[in-house]
Design a protein around this ligand. Sequence first.
Ligand code: FUB
Length: 459
Amino acid sequence: MVNKLQMMRKHCCLLFCSIMLVAVSQVFAQNPIIRNQYSADPSARVFGDKVYLFPSHDIFAREGKGRIGWFCMEDYHVFSSANLTDWTDHGIVVSQTATPWTKQDAYSMWAPDCIERNGKYYFYFPATPKDTAFGRGFTVGVAIADKPEGPYIPQATPIKGVRGIDPNVFTDKDGQAYLYWSNGNSTGGNIYSAKLKANMVELDSEVKTFDELPTKGLKEGPYMFERNGIYYLTYPHVENKIERLEYATSNNPLGPFKFTGVIMDESPTGCWTNHHSIIQFKNQWYFFYHHNDYSPNFDKARSVRADSLAFNTDGTIKKVIPTLRGIGVTIATSQIQIDRYTNLSEKGAAIEPIDTADRFKGWQTNFSEVGAWAQYNSVDFGKKPLKTVSVNEMSRTGATLQIRTGSVSGQIVAEVKITPSTNWKITTATLVKSPNGMQHLFVVAKDGKQVAVDWVKFE
Ligand code: FUB
């Protein structure tokens, strides 16, 4: 009875926190796409006319709370977006203290997934069970909701027969659902799968081990999808020193699979893990993954990114080259963060954090040479003429920036004359020509005097 009451109290508290967060949290486009907290292991899903994102939630361990220097996660948030530019944080949906079977102080709520079946939403998550009868290490549980943003009610016990992490659920065209997961260590380990019963919380077959995948080096984070009759089993794998994202293909969701290629190379700056999901939304394929953008010195505090993905005519996947610009259209009247650039001149333009003590404040673009530029693609100027452009800037010497569209030498939209200052300020200039429709934006240093730009906005 006491336990039941405690659980109810925890659920109410969670619901209250979630409602509070829904009211205040809106996060924006470009990479990383989640900008109000650390986020990792993104599982993106299309439900109705929105994309929902179910990531892990990295926090920092400290004395008595998790293992210092290691992954530390106590809950999950869900995010959604209708345009892939504006992301709404719906708050905490599942936490270790509100789940009956999890070890309450394990901080091991690793990579989750979510899937819809018959109007119910099934959220799968790995965690350490408090009762070793459910297995040692990690197992996988389910929480169920009537709406993608919750509230989710965790099942009393984890799924029987699953040992490991990184659950992923795939439903085939015939309605059969499959659970995939991984279990391993730095020297190896494997990816597993089994059919799920229609209730989505019990296995319905023997567990299959994908022994045909590369055997050397850790494999984890499976993500399965089907396109034109090809089943793609995609997964992070340590082929060299850190994880890269690979895929294997088959004509059956349970294999056998044939290693087919690499989707994303290892992080050039050394983020050890990567973890991804792949969706098609409004006729475009997207690739969600993570990188330690806000925590360059500690790669267990990660952030979700997204880029477009494309296929070759033979069904193989084109390698995804990570970008800062990411996905989604940016409205010209919003604050355009040009530090999330599409391209940057080779010399005289550099990106730096605004505040190294608080990376969530974002980045700035520093211009320091004549003709240096930053290119930012897919800005929607709409149909109505715009009159001004404002630049949030700081220049000790004063400087002149040109705002152009199309190319570095394209139409000059405005010249912004910046006066010297040691503080951030907003300088506004009148447009000489109002762009319309979708344009690529260029910010060019006309005189090469030092100037830092936070954002650019049209009105
Ligand atoms: O986020 C913790 C673990 O790191 C995930 O479960 C793995 O896939 C890796 O990203």
